[in-house]
Design a protein around this ligand. Structure first.
Ligand SMILES: Nc1ncnc2c1ncn2[C@@H]1O[C@H](COP(=O)(O)OP(=O)(O)OP(=O)(O)O)[C@@H](O)[C@H]1O
Ligand SMILES: [Mg+2]
Length: 266
């Protein structure tokens, strides 16, 4: 997560989560495979760090102090297993909430003793990633958790999830916002290529025709899909290293593309 790039789409996603939180709504976020939905959610919740803290102790028993400042954090991320049972969903989310609240208390009270009569819920948003995996009874379970806990909920899935959920009127009536997660614009693709190449000491010159041609080829092949951009760039750098090339070009990008399986992502 150290290499997370703050894109326009991430900022829109963050605004969407904040809006859901403010209104205590269920929000639906959907986008094609690899556009960056999960990475954005993890970054927003600082979940790489929080999950580490939660997992470090005996499952869901938080022992030591949190490794980051938890003051502004209030979100947990739950990724259901394939064909998860409603009971498991309920237990997993409850355990995550408990562990998150323990972490938060440790962060608030620091070295002081935590008053035993204090039992607050600090979780304001539950993000459910891979929500396409949920069966009708699992979705019903989520609605129950939402109703009982007065939290916001953000469901992340593939395009089409919004139509599927419309078949569950009670859950659907609680959906306040829908957010289509789009792929990257051409300028952002250019920015990401520049960032990535600079870490390998490869310069990109805006006025250089060969560089511009290579960027155009990557944009065309990947259609702004983050996962594909990262894959094609890694492969291109490998090809350049093997061939001792110092500049990226359309030919390098085409050779990289031939090594990759790029299916239909839309
Ligand atoms: N903001 C970002 N900064 C840096 N890299 C990113 C970012 N967003 C996405 N990526 C890259 O794109 C890859 C795919 O992102 P991610 O797993 O979030 O996609 P997704 O939309 O959740 O896909 P899926 O629907 O398949 O789960 C990541 O592994 C990472 O390499
Ligand atoms: Mg994902």
């Amino acid at each position: 997560m150290n290499n997370f790039i703050v894109t326009k789409e991430y900022k829109r996603f963050a605004e969407f989560c904040k809006a859901c939180q403010k209104e205590n709504y269920i929000g639906l976020c959907y986008g094609s495979a690899g556009v960056g939905k999960s990475m954005s959610a993890w970054h927003w919740a600082r979940w790489d760090k929080v999950e580490d803290d939660i997992n470090q102790a005996v499952p869901y028993v938080v022992g030591s102090k949190p490794s980051i400042d938890m003051e502004s954090l209030n979100t947990i991320i739950y990724t259901p297993e394939i064909a998860d049972s409603p009971k498991n969903i309920k237990n997993e989310i409850r355990n995550l909430m408990l562990a998150f609240n323990r972490l938060k208390e440790k962060s608030i009270y620091k070295d002081e003793e935590i008053p035993c009569n204090v039992s607050m819920n600090y979780v304001k948003t539950i993000i459910v990633d891979e929500a396409d995996r949920l069966q009708p009874r699992g979705l019903e379970q989520l609605r129950d958790i939402y109703d009982r806990n007065q939290v916001a909920m953000v469901l992340i899935g593939m395009p089409g999830i919004e139509k599927r959920l419309a078949r569950f009127p009670q859950l659907y009536s609680r959906v306040g916002f829908a957010h289509p997660f789009k792929s990257l614009s051409e300028e952002e693709v250019r920015f990401i290529i520049q960032q990535h190449c600079s870490t390998f000491g490869i310069g990109i010159d805006e006025k250089d025709f060969t560089d511009n041609e290579a960027i155009a080829a990557i944009t065309r092949i990947t259609q702004g899909n983050f996962r594909l951009i990262m894959r094609i760039l890694k492969q291109a750098v490998r090809i350049m290293e093997v061939n001792q090339l110092s500049c990226i070009s359309k030919e390098v990008v085409d050779a990289a593309r031939e090594c990759l399986v790029i299916g239909n992502i839309y």
